[in-house]
Design a protein around this ligand. Structure first.
Ligand code: SAH
Length: 573
């Protein structure tokens, strides 16, 4: 029975709501003065939910918990819910009393936050349980050591792009320390507590005769991995020749193992040098090797972990062969847009990627903007303005070394920023993840009103990377096409004539006194400033490098001080 105790009207409301959400015969509401109610409930129930402050609850519970014959094993599970129903705190009897689990149920029923402070539940491998890797072993003990700052040994840290780890976790910690093993091998009995993170890195090439039974393939795959000291959890995929794309035993074995099968053309397989070619598959499917060649191709590896091995069914000829290769570790490059400046315009996904990385590459001013979001122990490669190419190249180089790298940029990192120079350097040997950001043009538009309600373009007025003739041609095209235009990099001390020139070109095609122009500076930053003016009255002196300038089309208007571009031309008439 769960006893519900409340002292105020709000508490009684919440108690009623909880009683309705739980099973009807599961709860009992205790009325009357709280001290009295709690004592009765304590005697009659195995769990209590107190709609009281933790302090009041502790004071009332203390003598009951201290009573003779009570100990940690006999404590009821007690959960406290605050008056505003924000939190369900597991106060006493977290494990054996079931308070941790009860806090989660109460929180779900009341739309509150469960608060659990017992160590083994609160501990999660910092950053390592969100990687999508299978985890086994003594998670609580190793997590505890990580949080205690004790030396923790990391084995196989170069087998997967891990996030930054606390400095007490390292390859140099003495043997016998709590250990984290990253890889695809079978767990091996170590001296200290160990956890295993399994990388999906094994590709098993499979050759199968027509009609090869599922069991024969499965048994062969499993025995081959086990004999080589490799874990089934380390499987990435099976690989074979496309003539076997419909082979039922092969498909069923893959389904049972929970991995996909990749099929290669016979000619692709025939081109791979293998240790054990043979005539049988050459005659049957046109390549001297299926298992070995498919394992190597599927893994993108040059060497086999396990060469070809045949099944050994009793009393008949073998119908399956396998070979195993390991995919090389692949680095990860996240290209992360941080938005225009304000913290609440940094997306959730950008935050996640910043914490997923072990190295951050970016302009020093952007690194400063998000430094507090980074994981302790993260490596920072910050460079000053103008070192774009070096930054892009160094981010790619670090990812090629197998690291988890985040390359950061303001706004969207693909807009006049680092994504394109980086991806121009990157090959298919790394994984790339893009995180979109709120651009300066979008942030400015929200501030100005609705200037981008119809077709629009962005044009950078910086002639550092682009000859002025090209820029001018684009401005002219935008003017003729009646597009709303947002100018990036509009004006600096050294580049002061480009903006007036561009505006003059637009004025040839728009009515200057009625065409709205928005100036937005340092959008979403502490010195944010904006203004809606017109093509005729804009003062270029109000524009600098921290500004974007958005010019309306022939239908845009200023309405109640806001810059509005109609969604269509027809409804405006
Ligand atoms: N990747 C960025 C653009 C970088 S180019 C994006 O997606 O927005 C740099 C130019 O962007 C600056 O010269 C300025 O024109 C504009 N800009 C960047 N942040 C801005 C902000 N917070 N407010 C106004 N303009 C900004």
């Amino acid at each position: 029975m769960i006893g519900l105790i409340a002292a105020t009207a709000a508490g009684r409301q919440a108690a009623t709501q909880l009683a309705e959400a739980l099973r009807p015969d599961e709860t009992r509401v205790y009325e009357g003065p709280v001290g009295e109610a709690l004592r009765r409930a304590y005697g009659e129930c195995s769990q209590l939910v107190c709609f009281l402050a933790t302090g009041a609850t502790v004071r009332l519970l203390a003598p009951l918990l201290a009573a003779e014959g009570s100990d940690k094993h006999s404590d009821p599970g007690v959960v406290c819910v605050d008056e505003a129903r924000r939190f369900a705190v597991a106060l006493v009897g977290g494990h054996e009393g079931g308070a941790n689990a009860l806090a989660a149920r109460v929180a779900a029923a009341l739309d509150a936050q469960p608060v659990v402070t017992t160590a083994t539940d609160a501990i999660g491998l910092p950053g390592l349980d969100t990687l999508g890797l299978a985890v086994t072993g003594e998670v609580a003990a190793v997590s505890r050591a990580i949080l205690d700052g004790a030396p923790v040994r990391l084995l196989g840290g170069d087998r997967f792009p891990l996030p930054a780890l606390p400095t007490n976790v390292s390859g140099d910690a003495p043997a016998g320390s709590p250990t984290i093993v990253v890889g695809d091998e079978l767990p091996d009995s170590q001296a200290g507590p160990t956890i295993h993170l399994f990388t999906p890195s094994l590709v098993v090439g499979v050759g199968a005769s027509k009609g090869a039974p599922t069991d024969e393939i499965l048994t062969l795959v499993r025995a081959t991995l086990a004999d080589a000291g490799l874990s089934e959890r380390g499987l990435h995929s099976l690989a074979s020749v496309d003539a076997k794309a419909e082979e039922p035993g092969l498909l069923a074995a893959a389904a049972e193992l929970g991995v996909p099968v990749r099929f290669f053309r016979a000619a692709e397989l025939a081109a791979v040098a293998v240790p054990n070619p043979s005539d049988a598959p050459l005659d049957a499917v046109g390549t001297p090797s299926v298992a070995e060649a498919a394992a190597l191709l599927g893994a993108g590896a040059h060497e086999l972990m396990v060469p070809k091995r045949k099944s050994a069914p009793e009393g008949r000829a073998a119908m399956a062969t396998v070979a195993v290769a390991r995919r090389p570790a692949r680095g990860r490059l996240a290209v992360v847009g941080l938005g225009p400046g304000a913290r609440d315009l940094v997306t959730e996904r950008a935050r996640t990627e910043l914490r997923r990385a072990s190295v951050i590459v970016g302009l020093d001013q952007y690194v400063d903007q998000i430094r507090d979001l980074l994981r302790p122990g993260v490596r920072i490669e910050a460079t000053g303005l103008g070192a774009e190419e070096e930054r892009a190249r160094s981010a790619v180089r670090l990812a090629q070394q197998g690291l988890a790298v985040a390359l950061i940029g303001s706004g969207d990192a693909g807009v006049y920023a680092m994504a394109s120079p980086a991806l121009a350097e990157a090959g298919d040997d790394i994984d790339v993840v893009g995180v979109p950001g709120v651009t300066a043009a979008m942030a400015a538009a929200s501030l100005l009103g609705a200037p981008l309600g119809h077709d629009h373009v962005s044009i950078s007025l910086s002639d550092l990377h682009t000859p002025w003739e090209v820029i001018e041609r684009r401005v002219r095209a935008a003017a003729e096409a009646d597009l709303v235009v947002t100018f990036y990099n509009p004006r600096s001390r050294a580049r002061d004539w480009q903006l007036p020139k561009a505006l003059a070109i637009l004025s040839e095609h728009r009515d200057a006194p009625t065409t709205p122009v928005g100036i937005a500076r340092s959008v979403s930053r502490p010195d944010e400033w904006h203004k809606v003016t017109t093509l005729a009255t804009l003062d270029p002196a109000e524009v600098d490098m921290f500004t974007v300038v958005t010019v309306g089309n022939t239908a845009s208007r200023e309405i109640a001080g806001r810059f509005v571009t109609p969604r269509g031309y027809r409804w405006q008439e």
